[in-house]
Design a protein around this ligand. Structure first.
Ligand SMILES: *Cc1c(COP(=O)(O)O)cnc(C)c1O
Length: 387
């Protein structure tokens, strides 16, 4: 822990972790672009042996994310899915996991197509209703895995409530905190055991890297994850670790603007007859509004919405001037996407639709451009797309 570990998160974002170089006084962490480290005699070295096991630039990032989540141990991976795969590797054949019915498509895919081969099963339930979690627990269930807000329907799960159920049954609570980051929500403080991030999104913030992070408090769990990180080897490279530390420094100012822009756009979209339904946890009409308010600072900057029938979405996408049609989210630039055919295409249509994810749904990652120009861009394109 750095001397800033008790500071406000806005200060920790800049100074947390290992924020400068003890050898030179450089105010930024150097990029230790090395695979190995010299030893005096076998086993006698300066604490570093091989960069899969440890690298000072990656270490600085790992300490930083641990401090930001108010946790003790951080781990950096080559992608969000590398982080998720490593965490799921904690389980053994016969184990089962209860997961939110509306999870990131890649998370569903790795459980459904990869870990299922090793007989690790999953139960998908609507975790926004805690009773569904309770009902899905059996002797084989070892963990509850939630996304709140979920992706792309922005459903809210009570983290404290879910963690209490997990503890009562001796299960781990795993939270994918990608959509909010520790600036908005800190699951470990609410009782979760493992926090996962696709740092590709808001933490990196500039759509220029792929990375994953994990944070835990428990020492034994940290040892197991550290072992798996090294054994599986899907680690984050030194240069990408540096880029991520650089991105994290501006997380607070970026998110303040992202969220203010999102709130403005939600308000403008809600005036349109073309919009049938808006999914945004910062709206009082959202079913998870109260729970979200209790556990998060605000409703974030992801908006999903459904248009009324009679719109041609291809025309809508072609009519946009500022907002880009692309997968991913959380960068400074606004992105829109069509979950059914893009990010969530790997989920079978029946499962998608049962979860409420229809073909008319659009997901907007609101960037930090001018709010009024963004609203004009999306509203103009919606109007042009009327059939
Ligand atoms: C993008 C994303 C992931 C996967 O992360 P990658 O960095 O793309 O591997 C996992 N969970 C959520 C919520 C995501 O948005």
């Amino acid at each position: 822990m750095s001397k800033y570990s008790n500071n406000n998160i806005s200060t920790k974002l800049i100074h947390g972790g290992i924020s400068n170089d003890e050898h030179t006084g450089a105010v930024n962490v150097p990029i230790y672009q090395t695979s190995t480290y010299g030893q005096e005699v076998p086993g006698k070295h300066k604490g570093w042996e091989y960069s899969r096991s440890g690298n000072p630039t990656r270490k600085a990032l790992e300490e930083l994310i641990a401090e930001l989540e108010n946790g003790k141990f951080g781990f950096a991976f080559a992608s969000g899915l590398a982080a998720i795969s490593t965490v799921v590797s904690l389980f053994k054949p016969g184990d089962e996991i209860v997961i939110s019915n509306d999870v990131y498509g890649g998370t569903f895919r790795i459980l459904d197509k990869v870990f299922s081969k090793y007989d690790i099963k999953y139960h998908q339930v609507d975790t926004s209703n805690l009773k569904n979690i309770e009902d899905a627990i059996n002797d084989k269930v070892k963990a509850i895995y939630i996304e709140t807000p979920s992706n792309p329907l922005l459903g809210i799960t009570d983290i404290e409530g879910a963690s209490k159920i997990a503890k009562a049954h001796g299960l781990l609570t795993i939270v994918d905190n990608t959509f909010y980051t520790p600036y908005i929500q800190r699951p470990l403080e609410l009782g979760a055991d493992i926090v996962i991030h696709s740092a590709t999104k808001y933490l990196g913030g500039h759509s220029d890297l792929i990375a994953g992070l994990v944070v835990v408090n428990d020492e034994k769990l940290a040892q197991e994850i550290g072992f798996l990180q090294n054994a599986i080897g899907a680690i984050l490279q030194p240069f990408d670790s540096f880029l991520l530390i650089r991105g994290i420094k501006t997380l607070g100012v970026r998110l303040d603007r992202h969220v203010a822009n999102a709130e403005y756009i939600v308000n403008e979209l809600s005036k349109l007859e073309d919009v049938k339904k808006i999914y945004y946890p910062g709206l009082e009409s959202h079913p998870g509004y109260d729970v979200n308010k209790k556990q998060a600072k605000n409703g974030g900057a992801m908006i999903s919405f459904e248009l009324t029938d009679g719109h041609d979405t291809d025309t809508l996408f072609r009519s946009l001037n500022i907002i880009t049609l692309a997968e991913s989210l959380g960068g400074v630039e606004s992105l829109i996407e069509h979950p059914a055919s893009m990010t969530h295409a790997s989920i079978p249509k029946e499962i998608r639709e049962a979860a409420g994810l229809g073909d008319g749904l659009l997901r907007l990652s609101v960037g930090i451009e001018d709010a009024k120009e963004l609203a004009e861009d999306i509203i103009g394109a919606i109007k042009k797309s009327r059939k």
